[in-house]
Design a protein around this ligand. Structure first.
Ligand code: C5P
Length: 218
């Protein structure tokens, strides 16, 4: 198989990580969840009580932070934070952290390093427009806001936690608004990305649709 680079972008809750992980698995290549990396930085700032206005301290943190992605796990300074980074407090804060230019620069460099000279499926907000502009396949994955909210709601209930559908929808819409209006590398469809709308489709249908786009490039 030739080297293949697949970029998947889209709004919160569109199913990017679920779909991207399955595709990487089927192709037997690396999967990188860049949202998890922004979440890990957010967790570190919260743990250390650092305000998003305190750029000096943030720069100091970024100099020493260690983020690793291994299989399905995310490590922050060698500690497994896979579950911690999915908390509501992170959902509410991550878009403000990801708008900080110093944070983006650090993580984009790291993402490009992870993808250097290898086949990869990478998902996020600016992969096709910025991180991996030369990706062989670019997909913009989307779904209606209602469907994205219901999916998140069910996910939380399945974990045995409490959830409020209205609050989830508001949080998702607020995150989309911040992510798509920030100055630096906002969430945007790349001009050469294929739009895949997952509204009303199950996971396997979406995976098949994307694999059809990828197959001719293999
Ligand atoms: O994909 P996920 O919802 O986990 O991403 C969390 C947040 O990280 C997004 O809402 C966005 O603020 C930020 N992000 C980003 N650029 C990426 C991936 C995620 O700004 N490439």
């Amino acid at each position: 198989m030739n080297k293949i680079v697949v970029a998947i972008d889209g709004p919160a809750g569109a199913g990017k990580s679920t779909i991207a992980r399955i595709i990487a698995n089927r192709l037997q290549i690396l999967y990188i969840d860049t949202g998890a990396m922004y979440r890990a930085v957010t967790l570190e700032l919260l743990n250390k009580n650092i305000s998003i206005e305190d750029i000096d301290k943030i720069e100091e943190i970024l100099k020493h932070i260690k983020i690793d992605i291994m299989d399905d796990k995310v490590f922050l300074n060698n500690k497994d934070v896979t579950h911690e980074i999915r908390q509501q407090v992170i959902n509410r804060t991550v878009s403000s952290v990801s708008a900080i230019p110093q944070v983006r620069k650090k993580l984009v460099d790291l993402q490009r390093e992870f993808a250097r000279n290898r086949s990869v499926v990478m998902d996020g907000r600016d992969i096709g427009t910025n991180v991996l502009k030369d990706a062989d396949v670019k997909v913009f994955l989307t779904a209606s806001a209602d469907e994205r909210s219901v999916r998140r709601y069910k996910e939380i209930l399945l974990k045995g936690l409490d959830a409020n559908l209205g609050e989830i929808k508001n949080e998702i819409l607020a995150r989309d608004e911040l992510d798509s209006t920030r100055a630096l590398n906002p969430l945007k469809k790349a001009h050469d990305a294929a739009v895949v709308d997952t509204t009303g489709k199950d996971i396997e249908m979406v995976v098949e649709e994307i694999l059809k786009i990828i197959k001719p490039k293999l």
